[in-house]
Design a protein around this ligand. Sequence first.
Ligand code: 9Z3
Length: 346
Amino acid sequence: MSDNQPTFSAESYFRTQPSPPNLEHDLTGVRNFVSRQIAENRKVVLVTSGGTTVPLEHNVVRFLDNFSAGTRGATSAEYFLEHGYAVIFMHRQFSLQPFSRHYSHSTNPFLDFLEIQSNPKDGESPSETIAIQPATVPHLLPILAKYRAVQQSGALHTLTFVTVNDYLFLLRGVSQELSRLGRDVMYYLAAAVSDFFLPTQRMSEHKIQSGKGTLNIEMDQVPKILKPLVDEWTPEGFIVSFKLETDPSILLSKAEAALERYGHQVVIGNDLNRRKFEVVLVARESVLKSIDSTNWTEIEGETGPDKFVQNWLRLREGKTEIEEDIVNELIRYHEGWGRMGKASRN
Ligand code: 9Z3
């Protein structure tokens, strides 16, 4: 960034960038959802999932994107629901979603599981109907049953974002609504969020023309939103962020640095190429006080009264989704967080 460009603080970002048109409508939906979950005595988790875009033009033709299929978020949301949590699933439009992810258009196109059946000509039934292939039933039935149960219970609420701007405004608004839950809310920030953006004031109105040769775009840094999230918007929430790296040798130190910088509860480090079978959870030792923390080990070289500790989770033999273990571990940890809150009030 050049010297004459101001760095956006969270405050100046929200003051100068436009809020998404459907924000108030989305937040009303969240408010009502939260009220219902309080009445039902459920804990709530906000799962963010998928990548954000940074449009280069107001009439957007081109944009910068962040890598994420949404698998981590969609899979984890299912496990949270299974454990009785209500889930706000805030995801990139068209990225994977809980339950339907099992039949995504690319991995398991649902048309491949259907077959056309001819009916006997009886004058009443249509001549052809559609049936599911019998071999598909054992796989689909439990997914469908869980999906229907979740729909009936009203424990899943979905929100969508596309741009990093949508994401930031939504995260602020949703977290302010969720702060009503005190320690009964968890944040599971798995979305891949751009570090850079183009302020609306500098964005070209129309499609950038190619006649001028090379394209130089100067982007500003996205404000570090975890700081106000932790300090102001949801001070009692249990906050889990993800750190994505492609160089495994810096993963742990970057995860520690994030925890140090923002002061939240857990950072989950994952390497791009190993993320489906290995992650590391990093936390402050003091936050583990009220749970069984035998899986956790000190990080070498750590000193001081509040050391950071690590817990490597690896996909177990016979399992297919590491999210099952991540969610189990976090829920235990969230319970401890609730107990600590109660203890400090007594
Ligand atoms: C993650 O690290 C997620 O685990 C993945 C999941 C995006 C790798 P998929 O959706 O992948 O299953 O394909 N999310 C956070 C990425 C991120 O943007 N983190 C920021 C950073 O690393 C901090 S919030 O600096």
